[in-house]
Write a protein of this length. Sequence first.
Length: 92
Amino acid sequence: PQPDTNPYALQALQSLHRFVIMQPGTLGMSLGKKMNGITFVNTVTPNSLAEHYGLHENDIICKPCTNGAEKMDIEGFFKEAIKGSRPLIIEV
């Protein structure tokens, strides 16, 4: 099959990044939810914690410590983020 239709080729293009946010304050990003339920970074505010840590628009949010195997639902992410506790682990 063509590389763009080969599921193994698509997996090879993905990479997982873990961000451990230690500083207090708002994250400075908005999230979106795709029709399939996947939570993604919609916008990143300039000079925000999200930008400082390297989050980008369209990053897909995964459940921490699952090595990207499980995607985070938007409600679950908000639940953790609203607590304001640190460290906050975000995997994309």
